[in-house]
Design a protein around this ligand. Structure first.
Ligand code: GN1
Ligand code: MG
Length: 354
């Protein structure tokens, strides 16, 4: 692979490559850090099964980056696509699409939050991101994935997978399927609020899991929001919801010991305070009142997505061992149950920051 990658990299730079290493824990694209003598870049091979139009995705990112740059109070570094020698953001190569991004030095990505303060800062940063994009017309961006967070559709997709049962695995997850059915009102409630536009369409990042923000090695403060591929028209319940999913649990989505997976109210308070410190004057009352509900919606949907993929034979989310997507689905259900157990206290926290 390295030889081919060097050919791709030569489309972006004439400098000799010193080193190439895989980077990050993303599920979708293949990502490498490429070192030259003077600096480093990030190289990504697009997953064009999932993102059908890499050119449009990059166009969106250019619009977003330019808009953030035009703000003089945006305090974080901005993800920057690097143009090829042909002046393009995408380099097609042997039926694949590649792109390059600026590399943020002295940073790391965390799969789980190490402190309430970091959760606060991360959520504030995603809040600032949304606020800074709130005066950009959502219609100026294209949908990089249609119906990406359409819970009703994800639920239907799961049921198609259950009925087709192509990997003959339904027998291993009947209990989980029952639990999903017990919770399906969560999806209905949010989707009807979206439908009647009480939850309005804005510009959402759509993948605010905590490892999509780079943290400073020394201060642990947010440095740069990454993975802008799904930043498109949507609701901010998606963004707050994915933070509930990834910044409040005691273990990440891959933990198989479910006793270890719990919703932590202290971290919930951190992200609520952080997000609303930026967005309380932007969000309407329906959005504010449904922030926790948005978390439950996202977690249930992620549970359904992992389970559907398990039933379909692991064609979407890469796995390291056989049942990993079932483990992930059960993990998400456990997190949802832990939230439901602590819902009264969580709603009291929310009210404190409305
Ligand atoms: C995928 O690329 P990555 O790992 O940030 C997925 C998200 C899921 C997430 C679950 C395009 O995100 O929607 O929430 O995995 N992205 C896509 O970890 O499907
Ligand atoms: Mg992503």
């Amino acid at each position: 692979m390295e030889l081919e990658l060097t050919d791709v990299i030569s489309q972006f730079s004439n400098e000799p490559v010193v080193d190439i290493q895989p980077l990050g824990n993303g599920h979708i694209h293949k990502t490498w850090k490429v070192d030259f003598a003077s600096h480093s870049i990030v190289l990504q091979q697009f997953n064009s099964n999932i993102f059908k139009n890499p050119y449009e995705v990059c166009k969106n990112i250019e619009i977003i980056s330019d808009h953030l740059k035009s703000k003089n109070d945006y305090p974080y570094d901005i993800l920057q696509l690097i143009r090829s020698k042909q002046n393009e953001f995408i380099v097609p190569f042997e039926n694949n699409y590649f792109r390059a991004i600026n590399f943020a030095e002295n940073c790391y990505a965390a799969d789980i939050m190490d402190s309430v303060n970091t959760a606060f800062e991360v959520s504030k940063a995603f809040g600032k991101f949304a606020k800074s994009l709130s005066d950009l017309n959502p219609n100026s961006l294209t949908y990089s994935i249609e119906n990406f967070h359409n819970g009703t559709l994800r639920h239907a997709t799961l049921w198609t997978a259950i009925k087709e049962n192509i990997a003959d695995r339904v027998k291993y997850c009947e209990n989980l399927i029952n639990k999903i059915e017990t919770n399906k009102e969560i999806t209905k409630k949010i989707d009807s609020l979206k439908e009647i536009q009480k939850i309005p369409l804005r510009i959402a990042h759509f993948d605010t899991k905590v490892n999509n923000i780079l943290l400073d090695n020394l201060t642990h403060s947010p440095k740069m929001i990454i993975d802008l591929d799904t930043t498109m028209p949507g609701t901010l319940l998606s963004d707050f919801g994915d933070m509930v999913r990834t910044a409040t649990p005691t273990k990440d989505e891959n933990e198989m010991d479910l006793d270890m997976v719990n919703f932590d109210l202290k971290f919930f308070e951190g992200i609520t305070q952080g997000y609303l410190s930026e967005l309380s004057s932007t969000l309407n009352q329906h959005e504010k009142e449904n922030l926790l509900e948005g978390g439950k919606y996202l977690i249930l949907m992620q549970c359904e997505r992992f389970l559907a993929d398990y039933l379909n034979g692991d064609i979407y989310y890469p796995i390291n061992y056989e049942n990993q997507n079932l483990v992930r689905a059960n993990n998400q259900m456990k997190l949802l149950e832990s939230i439901v157990d602590q819902e009264t206290a969580a709603n009291q926290i929310l009210k404190k920051y409305w």
